[in-house]
Write a protein that binds this ligand. Structure first.
Ligand SMILES: Cc1cc2nc3c(=O)[nH]c(=O)nc-3n(C[C@H](O)[C@H](O)[C@H](O)COP(=O)(O)OP(=O)(O)OC[C@H]3O[C@@H](n4cnc5c(N)ncnc54)[C@H](O)[C@@H]3O)c2cc1C
Length: 424
């Protein structure tokens, strides 16, 4: 098992790269912190509108969650439509659900408009029941989605389980056709190329160290010098750090782990996912998996809430993969890696302005489509265009009582969610 993101190794990236060693400008309209989907999408939108934009990325474009996630694109969010209805009422929930649907359409349009070669396919999603009693919940869910949001999904009864998933450890499930998969690293690099084409500048290996108010704007101090910016957009999600302490105290970074097997060959691959859909299960500590273009199983999950090495998480995930898919007992795992997802107190993403800084973050592990989409929304907000998006109308990123940025409570969350999954 090598510790590397499989998506970076899958094939050569042909997208244009940011120029190395370009000098920093003295001043820009907008400084964007973070070279993931959120920051790059905002940069593309702002630069297309004529703003001067500089994106700063500590590592390289797509180094964060955007380049190392599960590649699953689907409608929804961590809290999801029923949580939205309980919290905000039916009308707001319907607007949030529409925005979540628009985020998937946004990815589809973006890939086509910018000709991004990232293996995007609208393959549909299968939500698999981890326990027999979860099937009833999915049936209620199907009815609820149809009645409340006029959104159609299909139930797959336990006897038809193997039409969708080659495992007896699951008990039926639900298909949503409006979902897809892509190579997230190639998608992010393609979006960076689109931002460059629109006129944005991208500075890799350049960390933003400090932000100091200066006149009506900011002095941005980076590891390669300083510049001034009229506005700053913080797009650091699960990697939010000391340069933005208020935001750091309002989000919790949690590790998510993934493995990729050796190529399985078509027959074995289809014995796991006969329709090549993206798939996840209904546990709190869920597993998500998908077949790569060369028939590897890319299998992810929260191996634990506490920090783990990639080797350790790789071993845990392999063991669990074989428990669910015994046909993979002799299969080698070739890649293991992990990344940080960004949790918020209310499990919703938040965007807007805090302490004079624009931000969008907190996708809670459901951010491939939402980050690109909400980055675009924030690009228009920063450009001063009127924006009527339901996510913008949620409250600002909520404070987490008693939390200063050190997630001491994660081991307790680990025990809580494991117990929940055993009992429910
Ligand atoms: C393992 C894993 C699997 C996932 N699977 C899925 C999935 O299948 N489907 C889905 O919808 N979502 C998934 N997600 C979530 C999704 O990947 C994220 O929500 C999304 O990519 C967030 O994008 P972002 O641009 O906001 O943040 P990121 O891509 O994390 O980018 C933030 C960047 O900011 C940079 N940065 C931080 N501080 C500074 C600084 N001071 N100066 C300069 N740069 C800085 C970091 O280096 C990083 O590259 C997954 C996440 C992980 C970690």
């Amino acid at each position: 098992m090598i510790e590397q993101v499989f998506w970076q190794a899958e094939r050569e990236c042909e997208a244009e790269e940011p120029p190395a060693d370009a000098p920093l400008p003295e001043a820009v309209d907008v400084a964007v912190i973070g070279g993931g989907l959120t920051g790059l999408s905002a940069a593309r939108t702002l630069a297309s509108g004529g703003a001067s934009v500089a994106v700063f990325e500590t590592n390289t474009v797509g180094w964060g969650a955007s380049g190392r996630n599960g590649g699953q694109v689907s409608v929804g969010g961590k809290r999801g439509p029923d949580g939205w209805t309980k919290q905000y009422g039916k009308e707001t929930a319907a607007r949030l659900f529409k925005a979540a649907k628009d985020s998937v359409t946004f990815v589809d349009d973006l890939v086509k408009d910018e000709n991004i070669d990232c293996g995007w396919t609208l393959c549909g999603k299968y939500a698999a029941c981890s326990k027999a009693e979860h099937f009833g919940h999915l049936a209620d869910w199907q009815k609820y989605l149809a009645e409340t949001f006029d959104y159609k999904v299909e139930l797959v009864s336990p006897v038809r389980q193997r039409d969708e998933l080659g495992s007896d450890a699951y008990h039926g499930g639900m298909v949503d056709e409006f979902a897809g998969m892509l190579n997230p690293y190639l998608f992010t690099r393609g979006l960076a190329a689109a931002a460059l084409k629109a006129g944005a500048q991208i500075f890799e290996r350049t960390e933003v160290l400090a932000l100091t108010p200066a006149g009506s704007g900011w002095t941005v101090t980076t590891s390669h010098g300083s510049l001034t910016a009229s506005d700053v957009f913080v797009a650091t999600n699960g990697y939010t750090g000391d340069a933005t302490p208020t935001l750091k105290r309002r989000v919790v970074s949690v590790g998510s782990h993934i493995i990729a097997t050796e190529p399985l060959g078509e027959e074995l691959a289809l014995s796991v996912l006969p329709k090549r859909r993206i798939c996840y299960d209904t546990k709190k500590m869920l597993f998500y998996f998908v077949l790569s273009a060369d028939d590897r199983l890319v299998f992810g999950g929260r191996a634990a809430w506490r920090p783990l090495t990639a080797q350790r998480s790789g071993k845990i995930l392999r063991k669990r993969m074989v428990e669910y898919f015994p046909q993979l007992a002799g299969t080698k795992v070739e890649y293991t890696w992990h990344g940080q997802v960004c949790m918020t107190l209310d499990f919703d993403p938040h965007l807007g302005k805090i302490d004079g800084l624009y931000y969008s973050m907190g996708y809670c592990g459901h951010g491939v489509a939402l980050s690109a989409y909400l980055g675009d929304v924030m690009g228009r907000v920063i450009a001063g265009k009127p924006e009527d998006n339901a996510f913008l109308q949620l409250k600002p990123l909520p404070r987490i009582p008693g939390y200063t940025g050190n997630p001491w409570f994660l081991p307790a969350a680990d025990v809580y969610y494991r117990t929940y999954d055993r009992l429910k």
